[in-house]
Ligand binder design. Sequence first.
Ligand SMILES: *Cc1c(COP(=O)(O)O)cnc(C)c1O
Length: 421
Amino acid sequence: MDHFTYRDGTLCAEDVPLTQIAAEVGTPVYVYSAATLTRHFNLFRQALDWTDHLVCFAVKANSNLAVLKLMADLGAGMDVVSGGEYLRAKAAGVPGNRIVFSGVGKTAQEMRQAIEGGIRQFNIESEPEMLVLSSVAASMGAEVPIAIRVNPDVDAKTHEKIATGKSDNKFGIPISKARQVYAEAAALPGLKVVGIDVHIGSQLTDLEPFRLAYTKVAELTRALRAGGHEISRLDLGGGLGIPYRRDNTAPPLPIEYGQVIRETVGDLGCEIEIEPGRNIVGNAGILLAQVIYLKEGEGRDFLIVDAAMNDLLRPAMYNAHHDIVPVAQAELGASLREMDVVGPICESGDTFEKGAQLPQLQSGDLVAFRSAGAYGAVMASEYNSRPLVPEVLVSGDHFAVIRARPSFEEMLARDTIPEWL
Ligand SMILES: *Cc1c(COP(=O)(O)O)cnc(C)c1O
């Protein structure tokens, strides 16, 4: 459930008509609903309320400071994958002891930064990384908590670009090697082994891969404990999918996901961490755009909108689908017409949907790309010198611009022409 509904004929974000946001902020613009974010975060918390847990929001899904602050105030931890995300989490008020550092290529400098600022745990992805962390921590006189990310060789049955738990993916260490690596970790200075980490992919619409992976984690926990390791924390990653098409059957709910966690690792007495991103923020956001032209082609019509692949990359990158709906409800009842929805960028990949069935829209009409809150604004660029897309947060009947559209002056001022040119 989200909070984007038609009221008095106009699509609203909570109590704010999207027409008002378009008029005041312009388009394209991302619009997020605070009530939806809150609701989704609380669903995960409730799903784990049978045990000691921390829900760590995956910052890479949406790293706007206002979104992170909202999450932090609800008690969320954060899962970060870079020094920049770490700084964002801190700037949003998240204490270091609620920040988990993941990612395959942490540099010594990022490690130092996080140790200085405080960290809940590093999720180690390889032996070379573990050696560097050990020497960085030891040189600072610190002992840092670690979990080792294991690759369970489980097929997440999702898009290949976001599957991370098969043995041919770059993530984690093979679970078959885990006992050896834990033994090495235990002997290294500066590291304190606290747990096991796993994350098998994103946009999972079936619970079975989770069940398989978590069962392997439970077996490994027992084996490591038998080997003398203290395993008190399990980080089970993120990945639960969301419905992107209104007519599709919805993926499992957080409560059902929590049940799988309980059934697989619930008897181990471990503190549970999860790292949901998409499921919390995906359906809490839309991308609002305006029709520039309806272009009648040969045997094919094109709806050219003012949002493009630089604003919302998912369709071009993963062939992802976003439902496109008119902001004016009256148009919903109008007769449908087949068209390709495209942006103004000079690439054929700048296509949001081929053969979309949409009402007769005209220049100036507003449309919303639904389910755009996750991996939307964070992947935006200024390709074609299009200003970075702004973001708005709605709560009840008010809204705020939480990232302003840069002016062309600001954009140009970032470049420097060397004196010798
Ligand atoms: C991307 C990622 C997540 C979040 O995945 P979602 O599908 O957005 O829930 C969690 N943990 C790690 C390590 C990730 O890389």
